[in-house]
Design a protein around this ligand. Structure first.
Ligand SMILES: [Zn+2]
Length: 234
């Protein structure tokens, strides 16, 4: 699910706004130059001689902080599922080299029925995930929204699903939520490796077809998957 990108705040269980902590991510990208400053040291005054101020150059190192890959909301930092969230988003992010150098905000999606959110604001890259149900494919889908925000992927939820499927079959541990898929694919255990491979290959072919001018590439992808499943188990 995409998020248009207006400033978002989350509320703590006590009702106090956790606040928009986007600035943490932005601040970490701040790059301070190495500055020089002058320090004035005065020698002991010699007899009958006027002391001259001795000017020494002193280097003050202000090294920029390393750019953080993630900026976690307070709710994530307090969550007992934090370690699992970190491990999963790290794994998925390896397949998104376009996001290298970006600090991605990570929050919790608490709204009932929502698996996740992804920001469409290129200046505030962020994803919100569920603390318990956090599949690799959901994270891939939300990170693909960040690519849409950078105009690297066509807009729309179905396109977001398709481009997320085309990343890697290793990320397809759940059926896409917006593309029309065979019912048998929506089982709780997720697609089998053979089904994931089929989805990945078909998604790559659909994207290639779009590049050749096929405007119905999403519909054709859905039909190809439906036909493959209609022929029987993979
Ligand atoms: Zn979405």
């Amino acid at each position: 699910m995409s998020f248009p990108g207006s400033l978002r705040t989350e509320t703590t269980p006590t009702g106090r706004a956790a606040g928009s902590i986007w600035n943490i991510g932005l601040a970490s990208a701040y790059c301070a130059p190495v500055r020089t400053s002058l320090a004035v040291v005065t020698k002991p005054r010699p007899l009958r001689r006027r002391a001259r101020p001795l000017v020494l150059e002193q280097l003050a190192f202000e090294l920029p902080p390393p750019s953080a890959r993630w900026s976690f909301s307070r709710l994530v930092l307090r969550s007992p599922h934090q370690a699992r969230i970190r491990e999963r988003i790290e794994f998925v992010r390896r397949f998104f080299p376009e996001l290298d150098g970006l600090t991605v905000r990570v929050g919790l999606a608490l709204k009932r029925g929502v698996l996740g959110w992804g920001s469409l604001d290129p200046d505030r890259p962020g994803i919100w995930v569920r603390p318990r149900r956090i599949e690799h494919f959901t994270i891939a889908h939300e990170l693909t929204h960040l690519l849409q925000a950078r105009e690297l992927v066509p807009r729309g939820e179905r396109a977001c699903d398709l481009w997320a499927l085309a990343r890697s079959s290793l990320l397809i541990d759940a059926a896409p939520g917006y593309l029309r898929m065979p019912r048998s694919l929506r089982r709780r255990s997720g697609p089998t490796p053979a089904e994931a491979s089929l989805l990945w290959n078909a998604a790559r072919r659909a994207i290639a077809a779009r590049e050749q001018g096929d405007r119905r590439y999403l519909l054709n992808f859905e039909r190809e998957i439906a036909d493959a499943f209609a022929r029987g188990p993979l």
